[in-house]
Ligand binder design. Structure first.
Ligand code: NAD
Ligand code: DAU
Length: 359
């Protein structure tokens, strides 16, 4: 049966990249994109879609169960791809309640809507529906330097309110499969980077600050390790799971690129230096600041399951991915400028960085 997608959070970083990816690999797929357009979402992220007539935007909150039920019924949706979330760890430390509301209550409301429309009203045969939930490696907690990478069987041990809210939503999704038979899949992915990432996250923030001659704030000693993945590879992995994944299963996704944060920032500086810009050499802007409370030291993903079962592996290496990302930001300064003019953005920068001082 032809898939008709409800993408939640499709105006954000990964969601908008996913919609563009699906339109490239499967132009006939119809997509309804439901997004609240919080500070992190923007319709600018969806400009120049290859097939705009197959994309419909609905401004709405995933916590509004009635709206979700109507959207599923009126549009004959048989596949939900759930990205919508509060996604920034530092914001979850400043104000966790939005994370509980969107990530936990919002996921619950989507699951209830899907249960009602797909399992009670039986809009489609059960074999034709799927609820795919996008999650994070942060649910597994933190690794020591010699610990093996996270597997799907690693016990959950979330350390921030963000990670705990995502872990909670994963458990809810799993329980709707186990208790009610709702067809679900879950993916847990590592740190993404690439075009359209909001400049509060490490890589776009460093590019923006370097371009504007501001300090490049490194938390703590800068030796924390993330498992970086180019966003298009994540989109391909999600699409692969939706097409061929086993119902009820979760899949780890990661990039295997693991230099510490300080090395990532130095690589970005090096790429910018080659571009003959003001503020060269950009490394002189590096500034060590007070660490993030409870900062996870290391993440690494074991991707054997998705590789063995579905044949997926990342296509982009870090050197090329970072280069493409820096070039995208250099080519899209209007997009960046629109964000940094927003009061909300300026306030966030003040809240998060003003009080950190130097380490
Ligand atoms: P993002 O913050 O860029 O985008 C989130 C989107 O969700 C925004 O468009 C926002 O408007 C929307 N949204 C927020 N609250 C909503 C609500 N109540 N109702 C409807 N829409 C709402 O996030 P992202 O980085 O694109 O992450 C997308 C998903 O992927 C999240 O679930 C996140 O936990 C997960 N994830 C992210 C990464 C990463 O590195 N960015 C890695 C692994 C998993
Ligand atoms: O691991 C997957 C997760 O990756 C996703 O689930 C989250 O949605 C996403 O935000 C991301 O979380 P992180 O906390 O790892 O990403 P962030 O870009 O905020 O930080 C990456 C690393 O860089 C982390 O070790 C903290 C550090 N950092 C971050 C910022 C913003 C700094 O040193 N300085 C900074 O200014």
């Amino acid at each position: 049966m032809k898939q008709k997608l409800l993408v939640t959070g499709g105006a954000g970083f990964i969601g908008s990249n996913f919609i563009r990816y699906v339109q490239n690999v499967s132009p006939q797929t119809e997509i309804i994109n439901l997004d609240l357009l919080t500070y992190a979402g923007s319709l600018e992220n969806l400009s120049n879609l290859p097939h705009p007539s197959n994309h419909q935007f609905i401004a709405g909150n995933i916590c509004d169960q009635t709206l979700i039920e109507q959207t599923l019924q009126e549009n004959n949706i048989n596949t939900i791809v759930h990205f919508a979330a509060e996604s920034h760890v530092d914001r979850s430390l400043e104000g966790p309640s939005a994370f509980i509301e969107t990530n936990i209550v919002g996921t619950f409301s989507l699951l209830e809507a899907a249960r009602k429309v797909w399992l009670v009203e039986k809009l489609f045969p059960l074999n034709d529906v799927l609820f795919h939930h996008i999650s994070t490696d942060e649910v597994y907690g933190t690794l020591g330097p010699n610990d093996p990478a996270f597997q799907e069987t690693t016990p959950y041990a979330p350390n921030s309110p963000y990670a705990a809210s995502k872990a909670s939503s994963d458990h809810l999704v799993r329980s709707y499969n186990h208790s009610f038979g709702l067809p679900i899949t879950i993916s847990n992915c590592s740190n993404n980077y690439g075009p359209y990432q909001f400049p509060e996250k490490l890589i776009p923030l460093m590019i923006l600050n370097a371009l504007t001659g501001k300090p490049l704030p490194i938390y703590g000693d800068g030796m924390q390790i993330r498992d970086w993945l180019y966003v298009e590879d994540h989109c391909e992995a999600i699409w692969t799971i939706i097409q061929n994944g086993s119902v009820g299963e979760s899949y780890n996704i990661g990039g295997g690129n693991q230099p510490p944060n300080i090395e990532i920032v130095k690589k970005i500086c090096g790429i910018l230096d080659e571009r003959d810009l003001p503020n060269t050499p950009h490394e002189k802007l590096i500034t060590y600041v007070k660490d993030r409370p409870g900062h996870d030291r290391r993440y690494a993903m074991n991707i054997e399951k998705i590789h063995q079962e579905l044949g997926w592996e990342p296509k982009h290496d870090l050197a090329n991915g970072l280069r493409d990302t820096v070039d995208w930001y250099l080519d899209n300064t209007d997009w960046l400028n629109a964000i940094i003019k927003e009061k909300d953005y300026q306030q966030w920068v003040e809240i998060n960085y003003q009080q950190r001082g130097r380490a």
